[in-house]
Design a binder for this molecule. Structure first.
Ligand SMILES: [Zn+2]
Length: 305
């Protein structure tokens, strides 16, 4: 009896050590949608820092010393993968050995045939200014398909549970709730796109292949891959496409120079709308992933009606 009592006291002493893991998990992510998605799962258990500043393109990003420092503070780095964070690897290696890197592309059926030839660090006027190297050829823009985001949610949830197993039920509950909202988003996009007359649209850079595959749209892009290189004859081909398909709207993007879209719009008498693959915490209506996708859906409706 006495021994049982002591054992109980000892047991009680150890419980708090396990349960009171009140330390919040510091996470860094590459692009803003990952911050929003991670916060929906981790809520007050995580702090999330996005490395790529709002308004910048991840394809032409070069981290500053301050941003590199974020790697030393974080416990986990969540990335899109498929070549998008080509700039990150050496910083992860330099920063800290025990940072956990989660490559979300590992569970995604990637679309291939996405060629990125070289990147510039000045990113103006789509001129080739940087060095050239080739990436894997997989298209990294899968976060623009809400159905694939559910796989991303599963990977992020599994990571948080591995780091912080005591809060497992909390993470799972949040993930289930968020995936239900993603289902709602998907159904809404599917329904509204199916009502549209046109299927073809012209966007600035090839971010919309996963989205288009999911909802049966046919995109054509003004610039190849990441906006650095134009094929000879590309403009002529696009102008022909615009005329043939009677396209009245061209899509610009907040993270890239609008010069080419503007030139094309003048030539083809089309008007310009914005599609936004990244969103921003500073823009109401585009400051979380789900609203961002509703914003993009509304712009597509204006164009494809
Ligand atoms: Zn992109």
């Amino acid at each position: 009896m006495k021994i049982a009592k002591y054992l109980w006291i000892i047991f009680m002493l150890f419980i708090p050590l396990k349960i009171h893991s009140e330390e919040v998990i510091p996470v860094i992510v590459s692009i803003y949608p990952l911050e929003d998605i991670t916060k929906n799962i981790g809520r007050e258990r995580v702090t999330v820092k996005t490395l790529i500043p709002a308004g910048s393109s991840p394809h032409a990003f070069e981290p500053s010393p301050a941003e590199i420092k974020e790697f030393t503070k974080a416990k986990v780095f969540i990335k899109i993968g498929a070549g998008l964070e080509f700039w990150a690897e050496r910083f992860v290696r330099a920063a800290k050995r025990d940072i956990r890197v989660v490559d979300l592309s590992e569970t995604i059926p990637l679309i291939n045939g996405f060629k990125e030839k070289g990147h510039t660090h000045e990113h103006e006027g789509f001129k080739e200014k940087g060095h050239t190297h080739e990436h894997g050829g997989a298209d990294p823009h899968y976060w623009l398909d809400p159905v694939l985001v559910k796989s991303m949610v599963d990977s992020i949830t599994a990571t948080l549970i591995r780091i912080d197993p005591v809060w497992k039920d909390f993470y799972i509950e949040n993930a289930v709730a968020y995936k239900r909202r993603l289902d709602g988003l998907h159904e809404e996009i599917k329904k509204r796109i199916s009502r549209l007359q046109k299927r073809e649209f012209v966007a600035l850079h090839p971010a919309w292949n996963y989205f288009s595959k999911r909802y049966g749209l046919k995109p054509l892009y003004i610039v190849e891959a990441t906006g650095r290189e134009l094929r000879p004859g590309n403009i002529t081909e696009i102008v022909k496409f615009i005329k043939e398909k009677n396209i009245k709207v061209l899509f610009s993007e907040p993270q890239l120079s609008p010069a080419l879209v503007e030139a094309l719009a003048r030539e083809s008498k089309a008007r310009i709308l914005t599609l936004d693959p990244l969103g921003s915490p500073q823009i109401p209506g585009r400051d979380n992933y789900i609203d961002l996708m509703f914003y993009n859906l509304s712009r597509l409706e204006e164009a494809l009606r």
